[in-house]
Structures are given as C-alpha cells and as structure tokens.
Write a protein that binds this ligand. Structure first.
Ligand code: UD1
Ligand code: MG
Length: 466
C-alpha cells in the first residue's frame, strides 16, 4: 500500500455485459491467467488501498460477479441499468462521496494494469495539485478510443469519443485509456454536470475533464509507453492475448525467482501458484489454482497439478494428474498416475504407472507401483501394494473404508472389499478377494484352490486330430 496525503478510494466498473464476447456470461467473469478478469483488477487495487475503500460496480449478472470477487470486505455498487461510464460512478455517490481523499476509476476488463503504473498516476495527481489525471497513450491506431484534446498549457481540455469526433480530432493519436484519479471533493462537486447529450444518450465519465477544465481546475494526462497495459478486453481474441501476457509475467517471475521452466511457451501456471527454488518444470505442464510446490522438485512433462501441495524433493513423472492432494518430501508419483482428490502421500512413498488414489492416505515409504485403485483408504508405512490391487470402496449405495496396517504386503491382483481392515505385517496371497478382516502378521488367501488335471491337454489335442 502506498502512503498518500489523503486516502484513496478505488472504483472498478464492471457492470457491462460485453456484447462482443458473444457469451452468456458477463465479460468480467471470463478468465485469463487462471482468474476471473475482475479478480485481477481487485487484486491490483488491494496493493493500492485498503479493502473497505474498494468498490466494484456490478450490473449484468451482479450476483455472479460478487461471487467471483473472493476477497471479503470489498464493497459493491449496483448499477441496474447501464447508462454509461459516468452513470456507473454516479450511482455509487452515496457511499463514495463520504470517502473523500482521491478517487481512482478502473475497469474490470483491464487486468494487465500494473501496480507501479497506478502508483505513478496517483503521484502525478498528488504532486501536481491538479484536479485529476487521465491515463493516456500515443497510439499508432487509436480507433475506438476517446481522443485527448490539450490546451496551450498541456492540460486536458476535453476527451472526444470516437463516435462524435471531427475528422481533425480523429487524427489525434493520444488516446484516453479510461483510467483516472480525481480529487474526490472536486469530482463530486462537478459530476452532476455530466449530461447524456451524445448519440448514445449515455453519461460519459470522459466529460469530467472538460467540466473541470471549464471550472478552472486543471486536469492532467499521464502517458504510458505501452498501451497494451491498459488493454480492455472486448473479444475472445483479446482475452487470449491477455491470458498470454499474464502467463508470461507469471513464468518470468518464477524463473527470476529460481525455478527452471523448460520450453516456457508450452507451460501454463496460474497466478496464485508458488514454487520453490531449483524445482524444474518440464514442457507442457499445467500448474493450476492454489498449488504450492517446494524446492528441488521435478514436474514431468504433460503433468497437471491443481490445488495441491508438494513438499521439497518430490518427483512427479510425466503424464501425472494431481488434484487437491498433498505429497510429502522425497516421494515419487507417476508416470501416468492420478491422485484424484484429497490424498495424502507421506514421505518417500512411491506411486507408479496407472495407479489411481482417491481420498487415500499412503504411509511413508509405501509403494503402489503398478495398476491399482486405492479409494477411501488409510494405508500405513512401508506397505507394498501389488500390481492390480483394487479397493472395492463402493457397494452401489455408500462408500466404505479400507485400512491396511504398517508393513503389510498386499499380493498382486488383490480385491479388498470394503469396509475391511488388514492388520500390520499381514500378507495377502496374490489374486485374493478379501472380505473378512485379516489379523496382524497373518497370511490371508481368498481364492479357489488350483487343480492340475494330468494329461488333459494332450488328450484334447488327440481328440481334435480325428
Ligand atoms: C471508454 C471511454 C473512452 C476510452 C475507453 C478506453 C467513456 C465514455 N469512454 O470507452 O474514452 O478511450 O473507455 O477503453 O468513458 N461500464 C459500466 N457501466 C456502464 C457503462 C460501462 O460498468 O453503464 C463499464 C464496462 O463494463 C466497461 C467499462 O465501464 O468495463 C468501459 O465501458 P465501455 O462501454 O467499454 O467504454 P468504451 O466505449 O470502451
Ligand atoms: Mg471498452
């Protein structure tokens, strides 16, 4: 948060539908960089001021937009009918005006804005003593943007929207980015003068510059070098561009922080992911949600990790899928393994190919190396789970628990019909169907006995020759 002579209030306009998205979903709910667009902007605002001074103007799908803002304590202003950017701020007058200080206006569909740029905007207004500052950029093609007209002192005289600009004004390349910081007292004193006197019959926030200028309160413009930072998303093409920029930023931040990312152009990492130093991320990996990864791990190619926690020195082999699970240090998972949900793999455990775990705790140094389904299970330390082991956790109505004690040996192709308990140190014969509890250190064999019929095969062959 930055220190200011007077407090800062941030209003985020997010009431519009975004027709050009061609979507049933409000524009700010679309996701880029792993988060809803509006969430990015709220997070940026949180770096500038306290949460009780941040307000989101909602209209289209107001309830969904409220839900998408996960930070508690953010204020919402309802704009039932969208009558323009000026109107969007005016409907919040009751709560916003008493806040005093400075008023910053951001758009919910501009997630690339950097905190440092907005700090510069704030300093520009506080240092200059101007009534307000607009963020502008010199664009080679400013089509669609409002054009900035300056007076002989360089102050902003007015902003002319594309639709009403004269051919001469359309030649101006300084474009309004739609991001402002105003002195709240002057803003509220004059905002009532905005009139819907344009072809769209909307209340344009851009009129504030002219109104204040006319009243003798200078408004300044602050140029940014790269207008893409203020890019407001209108179409899905721009959504993809912004997604790429956000993801590149995240990858850079991780790489500069000590994480090796191979072929970063193929890797997808969400904004809230944290990764420790010397971890290596292989090509085509996706690390999503609130995943945290420790130091010195390796994430194999094409693996997908979501909302999970990996401690240090974990090896995830290629093509592994991990969801809402915890993996302790020195463990190995994969290739082709699936930790579906809510699993806890303890220190030094090994999970191999085509093994699925669901709501299962696998004890330290235990191994399930090939072809198994372990669901709703608690498995002790140093257990060997043979290839083809299946926990039958579902009886068609309810899920049941399997417990396997420390040091047990589960023979290959065992079928464990839950609820069931296997004692510590017990052995299960390969191919057993286990329906009764097995005491500690016992051997359980649950299969029919083998019968050898002497000469049977030879007789059959002879029969066929006739
Ligand atoms: C606006 C500016 C224009 C600037 C451009 C930069 C005005 C009149 N024009 O135009 O000078 O160059 O941004 O991108 O302000 N919104 C509401 N309620 C409303 C209307 C809009 O919440 O009633 C929200 C929208 O959801 C959107 C933002 O405000 O996030 C901007 O509105 P939009 O209609 O896109 O303005 P532009 O035409 O782009
Ligand atoms: Mg726009």
């Amino acid at each position: 948060m930055i220190r200011m002579p007077q407090p800062l209030t941030v209003v985020i306009l997010a009431a519009g539908l975004g027709t050009r998205m061609k979507s049933r979903k409000a524009k700010v709910l679309h996701r880029a960089g792993g988060k809803a667009l509006v969430e990015h902007v709220v997070e940026t605002a949180l770096a500038l001021t306290s949460r009780e001074r941040i307000f989101v103007v909602v209209g289209h799908q107001a309830d969904e937009v409220r839900k998408a803002v996960s930070t508690p304590g953010i204020g919402f202003i309802e704009q039932a009918e969208q009558k323009g950017t000026g109107h969007a701020v005016m409907v919040g007058r009751g709560v916003l005006e008493p806040m005093g200080g400075y008023l910053m206006i951001l758009y919910g569909d501009s997630p690339l804005l950097r905190v440092a740029t907005l700090q510069r905007l704030i300093h520009t207004v506080t240092d200059s003593g101007a009534a307000g500052v607009l963020m502008t950029a010199e664009m080679s093609d400013p089509t669609g943007y409002g054009r900035v007209l300056r007076d002989s002192h360089g102050h902003v005289e007015s902003v002319v929207e594309q639709k009403v600009a004269t051919p001469e004004q359309l030649g101006i390349r300084e474009a309004n980015m739609g991001i402002y910081c105003y002195r709240a007292d002057l803003f509220w004193e004059h905002v009532g003068q905005i009139r819907p006197n344009n072809p769209a019959c909307e209340y344009y926030l851009t009129d504030m510059a002219e109104i204040l200028h006319r009243a003798g309160h200078p408004v300044d413009a602050m140029r940014i070098d790269d207008e893409r930072e203020a890019l407001g998303i209108n179409t899905r093409v721009e959504l993809a561009e912004v997604d790429r920029v956000l993801r590149d930023r995240k990858l850079r931040e991780l790489m500069l922080g000590g994480v090796t990312i191979e072929k970063p152009e193929t890797v997808t990492i969400d904004a809230d992911v944290r990764i420790g130093i010397d971890t290596v991320v292989s090509p085509f990996v996706q690390i999503l949600g609130k995943t945290t990864i420790g130091e010195n791990c390796r994430i194999g190619a094409c693996s997908i990790l979501k909302d999970s926690e990996l401690e240090d020195d974990v090896l995830i082999e290629p093509f592994t899928v991990v969801g809402t699970s915890k993996v302790e240090k020195w463990s190995q998972v994969g290739p082709f393994a699936r930790l579906r949900m809510e699993n806890h793999v303890e220190e030094g455990a090994h999970i191999g190919n085509f093994v699925e775990l669901k709501k299962t705790r696998l004890g330290a140094k235990s191994k399930a190396n090939h072809l198994a389904y372990l669901g709703d299970s608690t498995i002790g330390a140093r257990v060997n789970v043979g290839a083809g082991t299946i926990t039958c956790n579902y009886d068609g109505f309810a899920k049941h628990q399997t417990r396997i004690g420390e040091g047990a040996f589960v023979g290959s192709n065992s079928t464990l019909v839950a609820p069931i308990e296997i004692g510590e140190g017990a052995y299960l014969g390969a191919g057993s169907v286990i329906t009764e509890p097995v005491p500690p250190d016992a051997l359980a064999i649950g299969r029919s006995r083998q019968v050898n019929k002497a000469e049977w095969a030879r007789k059959r062959r002879a029969l066929h020759k006739k």
